[in-house]
Design a binder for this molecule. Structure first.
Ligand code: SAM
Length: 205
């Protein structure tokens, strides 16, 4: 997976590659998908949700340009796999999931695997998690129509936010960088994510 899917496509941050070698992806997928856990595609995780393709998880992580000590917020915990990768390349990871059974399963799984720097809560991630702000990095793992305003407010002075922006059906992976009061955006590539549902996302279904 690391050589064929990540390095070959240009992922070069050694910390990110090391994290992928260490995190057992097969522990984050339902048993019936064990044989394809390391495949080059997203997989269903229940509740109509997915764990993203390994390359997309790596690319989003690399875009945050973390050095190891940062506080990161993830919106869309899902299986907990992205959170586990982040936990290897950042200091503390806060992650929000709107579907309670997914949040609970991810919490148990990450506890069993020994992670102590991941904090999960159930809720609407479009509101952010004010208590632990400001964040050095924010990663939104669901498709948004625009950047929820409160997330800008919860970014630190030099923070980066990675988010798929577009319609419910296709998006552009976008990196928003904050340099004090200045905001810069950079488009990375086309992508397809499940919708971000909530107050500042798409309407509830
Ligand atoms: N990062 C996850 C992983 O590693 O397995 C995959 C995330 S999946 C592509 C997107 C997740 O975002 C789903 O679990 C979905 O329930 C969640 N989601 C959608 N809208 C949300 C919101 N407003 N707040 C929190 N989570 C949300």
């Amino acid at each position: 997976m690391v050589q064929d899917q990540l390095i070959r496509r240009g992922i070069s941050d050694e910390k990110v590659l090391k994290a992928f070698r260490e995190v057992p992806r097969h522990k984050f997928v339902p048993e019936k998908y064990l044989d394809s856990a390391y495949g080059d595609f997203p997989l269903p995780i229940g509740e109509g949700q997915t764990v993203s393709q390994p390359y997309m998880v790596a690319l989003m992580t690399e875009c945050l340009e973390l050095s190891g000590k940062e506080t990161v917020l993830e919106i869309g915990t899902g299986s907990g796999y992205q959170a586990a990768i982040l936990a290897k390349v950042a200091g503390e990871v806060y992650s929000i999931e709107r579907i309670a059974p997914l949040a609970r399963q991810a919490q148990l799984r990450l506890k069993d695997l020994g992670y102590r720097n991941i904090h999960i809560k159930t809720g609407d991630g479009t509101m952010g998690w004010k208590e632990f702000a400001p964040y050095d990095g924010i990663i939104v793992t669901a498709a948004a129509p625009s950047v929820p305003e409160v997330l800008f407010e919860q970014m630190g002075l030099q923070a980066k936010l990675v988010i798929p922006l577009g319609t419910r059906f296709s998006q552009i992976l976008t990196v928003v960088s904050k340099h004090r009061d200045k905001i810069e955006t950079k488009e990375i590539c086309a992508c397809v994510f499940v919708p971000l549902l909530g107050k500042y996302g798409w309407g509830q279904e």
